[in-house]
Design a protein around this ligand. Structure first.
Ligand SMILES: Nc1nc2c(ncn2[C@@H]2O[C@H](COP(=O)(O)OP(=O)(O)OP(=O)(O)O)[C@@H](O)[C@H]2O)c(=O)[nH]1
Ligand SMILES: [Mg+2]
Length: 419
């Protein structure tokens, strides 16, 4: 006879299998790594030299048992290794002066926005239409093979748009320049996902989102966020839970981290996090990037119909703007759409001795306080801060004297007073 608990275990297993099939993102299989593998990972983390790090990663992989529960992990580590190998090659090429493609592009302006899409959707056309950059537009596929930056003005700030070489099926598995393009996306402040409305744009978008997800770059806010900041300073383990732990408690998290020899770090957990989310973060975190969809070629036949199905597919998860880069239609809303999606604010500062405030704003995250601004300006300000005066439309009287925890909003003018 099957006892009740056996029965429920049985059903739990079936349910887990179904869950795994239906919701690919949910990882219900435990990794259950042996202690020597965990120890090896600690060595990987502690190694700085890329060549030695790769060697340790190789050793780590050989210690990871090959079962279904470790499939995702093994894939992820292999991907990290191939990115590292390419980076090493690139560095070597630079040293020998032989050139070759350069993938890292220095950030400029208020934010770096990476343009992603399949080939020929019009990424170069967008860059040419809205930035100072002139790049080849062509009907030949895969014309752009290196990242190309351009500056776009929006009111009194600038965004850097960066065209990335086209994504395709298999990019996240290392096909063509896929890993480099996804690396640019990982490093960006925001993304423009571009689709061609004269083709099936829902299919294009889901392909792009699929590759991003495989590379652990998410465009919708994840339910949990775990950040592990290694310290190596002997200060111990600090776990800050700002959300809620699901199916585990504080000491489970502590035990898990210690099993990976993480004993000197600040760990921030927000949202609803499971132990799996924490373990995921040990092996390089999932990043979240705000994104805007630019649906191009609205001038072509069938575009309206495709736009309707694209919009019903996305719902209200991401903002969509329909444009024609060729006819220069719809592009005027791009700046504002990006600004809103990035959740940033502009704050202007005023010097005590001056009557006018600075023309060039500081860019801060929405919800930033006067203290965050002070920290940004100078490390001195942080220690010697006394109070601030704020001019803002929403205040009944301006300027108002405020403390360091005052929440700033877009357009505020701040004068900082020191002790
Ligand atoms: N009708 C129409 N054609 C467009 C539009 N935007 C771009 N195109 C055409 O689409 C083709 C591809 O444009 P590109 O801007 O080079 O595309 P891309 O995404 O940069 O492509 P790759 O760099 O090759 O991956 C060109 O023939 C463009 O003229 C548009 O708004 N309407
Ligand atoms: Mg191009």
């Amino acid at each position: 006879m099957i006892s009740q608990s056996d029965d429920s275990t049985h059903w739990k297993q079936i349910l887990e299998q179904v869950l795994e099939i239906t919701v690919g993102r949910v990882r219900v299989m435990p990794t259950n790594l042996p202690p020597d593998a965990k120890k090896k990972w600690a060595e990987v983390e502690a190694t700085k030299n890329p060549r030695e790090k790769l060697q340790r990663m190789e050793e780590f992989l050989s210690l990871v048992p090959k079962h279904k529960g470790t499939l995702k992990l093994r894939g992820q580590i292999k991907k990290q290794m191939s990115v590292m190998r390419r980076e090493m090659e690139e560095r070597k090429r630079k040293k020998t002066g032989r050139g070759g493609p350069k993938y890292f592009v220095e950030k400029e302006g208020a934010a770096q926005i990476v343009l992603l899409g399949l080939t020929k959707v019009g990424k170069s056309s967008l860059l040419t239409a809205v930035t100072n950059s002139k790049v080849e537009v062509s009907a030949t596929p895969y014309t752009t093979r290196q990242p190309v930056p351009g500056i776009m003005n929006y009111e009194d700030i600038q965004f850097q748009l960066l065209e990335a070489p086209a994504l395709m099926e298999g990019s996240a598995d290392g096909r063509a320049w896929g890993l480099q393009t996804l690396g640019l996306a990982r490093n960006a402040d925001g993304l423009i996902l571009m689709v061609d409305l004269s083709q099936d744009s829902t299919e294009q978008l889901s392909l792009v989102l699929g590759e991003l997800e495989k590379a652990r770059v998410l465009v919708s806010k994840p339910s949990a966020r775990v950040e592990i900041e290694r310290k190596y300073m002997g200060a111990g383990l600090r776990i800050i839970v700002m959300g809620r732990l699901v199916d585990c408690n504080f000491s489970d998290v502590e035990d898990l981290l210690k099993s990976y020899r993480i004993s000197d770090a600040v760990v921030k957990i927000s949202g609803e996090a499971t132990l799996d989310d924490v373990e995921d973060a040990v092996f390089g975190s999932t990043v979240y990037k705000p994104a805007v969809i630019v649906a191009n070629k609205i001038d072509l036949e069938g575009a309206e119909t495709n736009l309707r199905s694209l919009k019903s597919y996305i719902g209200d998860t991401l903002p969509v703007i329909a444009v024609s880069c060729k006819k220069k239609y719809g592009l005027e809303t791009l700046g504002e759409t990006l600004f809103k999606a990035l959740s940033i604010i502009r704050v202007y500062t005023k010097e005590l001795s001056q009557r006018d405030f600075s023309k060039k704003p500081f860019i801060l995250k929405k919800g930033a306080t006067v203290f965050d601004l002070a920290k940004n300006i100078h490390s001195d300000f942080r220690e010697n801060f006394s109070h601030a005066k704020v001019w803002a439309k929403r205040l009944v009287f301006s300027p108002q004297r405020v403390g360091s925890s005052f929440a700033l909003e877009d357009g505020d003018i701040v004068e900082i007073h020191l002790k």
